[in-house]
Design a protein around this ligand. Structure first.
Ligand SMILES: [Mn+2]
Length: 444
């Protein structure tokens, strides 16, 4: 059996970055470029491993963008199969989500198995109920499974899924299934130091041999492992740090007679250039010297990047500048607009943002290691230090300030990751109980 498909994730339609309308459209252009390539390559199906939308409550324009793209796939008879990510997941109380609305229109299959006592039920896609654990393509020879975002419960659900898949193996074979794809909106721990709580590589192992291709999403940095786990990265630049990564999508050719049984090609989709610059201010004596040096810096950076004389329409870059280091004078004296003018003269950008992350000599946080303050790993250290200092001001918590700081950071991470409030409260209770029991001379 031969098949070909396109695997994308983290398209984040509806994200109006920096409040700029063009950036809103850029996310749609990037997604449509992937869709058009799938059509040009005559793909048999198209998978979206979560975060098609930037948020659950999208506006009408975002819905139109999604419909426009998915209608092109439908017109080319290419089924689109998706799962919910942490950004676009629905809640029961919300009723019907926009992703389900797209299912109702026949534009999408949104895989989301019923879970009984923790175990995903392996039922086929039911268009009436708009749910199911899998969709069969290629006359039933290729099966696509999918799980939505499960947050902290991901590793456990993956383990239960492996059990269910192993139990269904004979049934699968009898049905003529020769190749299996699994969509997961999660990453492998350790790919990005600032992302905590993802399953470890070992926790994917129970699924080995049960699925042939694991289509991942969630981590915006691309990576692949063991010819088995594939993560394409974000199709547009959602955060400035992503500009350093070669993100895109996969074009996968399956041949069950060949060895290996698939060949996955990572392709870079067209997108607006995004330049992230870091300018060190150390040793600059006064504002006029700063403007002069910054002007020279912009000229040099633009030259190094070999920019076109004038960018073609829709390719005017986004430029994100961070001023770092220790400023020799009060930073309120810095005219940011003058700095932006220098960027405009050399980059002809769509939008420029200058972030002042400089410090003066009065406040030096105790941050371990080197860093310019832009790296999230450094922020994490800085944040822990601030939490610890704040907590230590309260005599009741002072003895365990370091542990409380870690707990607070975890809880913040859970909230940002979209965990259920009940899970966050449970985590807090658990930490509280642990600290009360362990504490000497508690305040009662
Ligand atoms: Mn995402």
């Amino acid at each position: 059996m031969r098949a070909r498909f396109v695997h994308t994730a983290d398209n984040h339609l509806g994200y109006e970055q920096y409040g700029v309308k063009e950036r809103f459209n850029d996310f749609a252009h990037a997604f449509i470029a992937v869709v058009d390539d799938a059509i040009a390559r005559r793909a048999d199906f198209f998978v979206i491993a979560g975060d098609l939308f930037n948020k659950r409550a999208i506006d009408a324009l975002t819905l139109i963008q999604a419909e426009e793209a998915l209608q092109r796939l439908r017109a080319a008879s290419i089924p689109a199969i998706a799962i919910e990510g942490n950004h676009d997941r629905s809640y029961y109380r919300d009723g019907v989500s926009w992703l389900q609305f797209l299912c109702w229109q026949g534009l999408l299959h949104l895989l989301n198995p019923t879970v009984r006592e923790g175990v995903p039920v392996l039922a086929p896609w039911d268009q009436q109920a708009m749910r199911g654990a899998y969709v069969d393509v290629k006359g039933g020879a290729l099966r696509v499974y999918g799980l939505p975002w499960y947050g902290a419960g991901t590793a456990r659900v993956m383990d239960h899924l492996a059990g269910a898949l192993a139990a269904a193996r004979a049934e699968e074979g009898a049905a003529g299934v020769q190749y299996r794809v699994l969509l997961l909106h999660t990453g492998v721990d350790g790919q990005l130091p600032q992302m905590h709580g993802l399953p470890t590589r070992a926790q994917f192992e129970p699924l080995r041999g049960l699925v042939d291709y694991v289509a991942l999403g969630h981590v915006h940095k691309p990576y692949e492992m063991d010819g088995w786990l594939y993560n394409p990265g974000s199709t547009e630049t959602w955060g400035a740090e992503e500009s350093a990564w070669e993100r895109g999508y996969y074009y996968v050719e399956v041949d069950t007679e060949a060895e290996p049984r698939h060949h996955a090609q990572h392709l870079i989709n067209p997108r607006r250039p995004f330049h992230r610059l870091t300018f060190r201010v150390d040793g600059v004596p006064d504002p006029s010297a700063l403007y002069e040096r910054f002007e020279r810096f912009c000229a040099r950076e633009a030259k190094e990047r070999d920019l076109p004389e004038r960018p073609v329409p829709r390719m005017e870059p986004v430029v994100d500048v961070a001023l770092t280091g220790i400023l020799g004078f009060d930073n309120s004296a810095v005219d940011r607009q003058r700095l932006e003018e220098s960027v405009r003269a050399h980059f002809h950008p769509l939008v420029v943002r200058v972030h002042d992350t400089t410090r003066d000599t009065e406040y030096e946080p105790d941050v371990e290691g080197e860093g310019d303050g832009r790296d999230r790993a450094t922020w994490h250290q800085l944040e822990l230090g601030i939490f610890r200092d704040l907590i230590a001001r309260d005599a009741r918590y002072a003895p365990d300030a370091a542990t409380w700081a870690t707990t607070l950071a975890e809880i913040k991470q859970m909230a940002l990751g979209g965990e259920e409030p009940a899970a966050i409260v449970a985590r807090l209770r658990e930490a509280h109980t642990r600290l009360q029991n362990g504490a000497h001379g508690g305040t009662g």
